[in-house]
Design a protein around this ligand. Structure first.
Ligand code: MSP
Length: 482
């Protein structure tokens, strides 16, 4: 299968429905949206496929449903809806929202299991086999733990003891893929970014990679293994498969081949291992090409602390949208720190930056410019020329730098107004005032063109406002917050 360079298939992790959408999920999804919008402008809308969704099976979800007094399906229906709503409020323009309880997905996962059953590893062994499993399982992580993963006998992420499990499971022979995986990662056949994460992955491979169980006997809420009805799919096999089932695997080969391999899987470091080992090895067993790039961004903390229900510092994207609007929230989340690194969100900076960069910055520039044009009835005309869309900062995942560049364009336009004082010029030299404000309006349009992937609504409004036959002030884009 040759890979089609002229398309862009981007995915986010599919989020667990035991949690409600918070700004951690929002951040990854927002970045995916910016990239998808950017490549839509660059390559054409029909050349981009942006996938997100929800991960709905497994014990963790079944338990949350029980706590909520609901059947798992009814529970997941509710939470999946919350994710869709949150993404709509943030103006996330995905092409498809997959739910792992979708019947199409479930059927496809079963076919994948059948294929795995027939598959051979590079060493000629059956890719999957049955064995007894005894071990410790953390339901919070949905993964088996060894003693070295524990701190004081407890899972450090969930602060509780894992459960003893003893059952017959199907295993995937990951150990047979170690060498090939290592080679492919070294050669950037799967490009793991940033560089540090690639080294971390190679380090983990060096420590040794063991086979992993791909089925569970005790789990009831999951995809039934077609050749062993006593077993359900391990949630991670079910979940990772979404990246191919969502684009038609295995039944719709035309659609599938049009999009696969993924150009980019986005995620944070918590799920690196699943994407850097398990997923490529499963794909090799299915004889499919590997994803081109995986970008692993950092986890952020809130005011120095891990975001958690217990600490009570969970920030919901909907609350930010209510206060700052969709574009305001998009700007604040993307401009605070370098994508890819662990960072800390300072909540008090949100108001400050909203006021300085958006209300007093961009909003004020647009309104003072339009106001001067309207009040003095100046014949300012800006032709909408398609600017070069290419933006290497975006292509290199340097989102806050890309926003900084736009802020600089804004500051320069502002300075031009301050220096030329068009409010005085109109009294003495209308022609010159028109010339200056035409230049400023042109700059606003160019800046808005750059801004489209980040703040689509604002950008669209600015472009319409300043390329209109008659430029009028209109409503304030970003009302000040006191
Ligand atoms: N269901 C699995 C993923 C399966 S993908 C085939 C899962 N779900 S999750 O709901 O826990 O989402 C984890 C992802 O959410 C992270 O990889 C990251 O993209 C995002 N984030 C969650 N909390 C975050 C932060 N505090 N900071 C940054 N991103 C965060 O794992």
């Amino acid at each position: 299968m040759s890979s089609n360079k002229n398309k862009y298939y981007i995915t986010t992790p599919i989020y667990y429905v035991n949690d409600r959408p918070h700004i951690g999920h929002a951040y990854t999804t927002l970045v995916a949206d910016v990239l998808a919008r950017y490549y839509s402008l660059k390559l054409g809308e029909d050349k981009v496929f942006f996938l997100t969704g929800t991960d709905e099976h497994g014990d963790k979800v079944a338990r949350s449903a029980k706590e909520a007094g609901l059947e798992p399906q009814a529970f997941t229906d509710q939470i999946a809806e919350l994710y869709k709503q949150a993404w709509q409020n943030l103006n996330i323009n995905y092409n498809y929202f997959i739910r792992t309880t979708d019947q199409d997905h479930v059927g496809a996962v079963q076919k994948i299991f059948n294929e795995l059953k027939e598959a051979k590893t590079p060493k000629g062994n059956p890719a999957i086999y049955q064995a007894d499993y005894q071990g410790l399982y953390c339901t919070g992580c949905e993964k088996f733990m060894t003693d070295k993963d524990l701190v004081d006998g407890k899972c450090p992420d969930h602060n509780r003891e894992p459960e003893e499990l003893s059952e017959k499971n199907w295993f995937f022979r990951l150990s047979d893929y170690t060498q090939i995986l290592e080679e492919k990662i070294i050669k950037d056949e799967i490009l793991i970014l940033p560089e540090g994460r690639k080294n971390e992955t190679l380090g983990l491979i060096k420590q040794g990679v063991s086979d992993f169980s791909i089925s569970r006997e005790s789990v009831k809420w999951g995809v039934e293994i077609p050749f062993d009805r006593s077993q359900k799919s391990y949630v991670w096999v079910d979940a990772l498969s979404n990246y191919i089932t969502a684009i038609g695997y295995p039944d719709d080969q035309v659609k599938f081949k049009a999009w696969w391999p993924a150009d980019l899987h986005l995620m944070a470091q918590d799920i690196l291992k699943f994407h850097a080992f398990y997923w490529p090895a499963l794909l090799m067993a299915l004889d499919l090409p590997l994803p081109k790039t995986e970008f692993i961004h950092g986890f952020f903390t809130i005011d120095g602390r891990k975001m958690s229900k217990t600490v009570g510092n969970v920030i919901k994207p909907d609350d930010l949208v209510k206060k700052y609007g969709a574009d305001g929230t998009r700007y604040l989340l993307l401009s605070q720190f370098s994508f890819g690194f662990e960072s800390d969100i300072k909540v008090e900076l949100f108001d400050e930056r909203y006021n300085s960069d958006l209300a007093n910055g961009l909003g004020n520039l647009a309104s003072r410019t339009a106001n001067l044009i309207e009040k003095n009835d100046l014949p300012v005309k800006v032709e909408l020329m398609e600017e070069k869309v290419e933006n290497s900062l975006i292509e290199n995942y340097n989102f806050n730098e890309a926003l900084k560049e736009i802020r600089e364009m804004m500051t320069e336009a502002d300075q031009l107004i301050d220096q030329t004082k068009p409010w005085e010029l109109v009294k003495s030299d209308i022609e010159q005032a028109t010339k200056v404000l035409t230049e400023v309006a042109g700059r606003i349009v160019r800046l808005a063109l750059r801004l489209r992937p980040f703040m689509p609504q604002t950008a669209g409004q600015l472009i319409d406002q300043f390329t209109a036959g008659k430029i009028v002030k209109g409503e304030s884009l970003f009302p000040r917050i006191n």
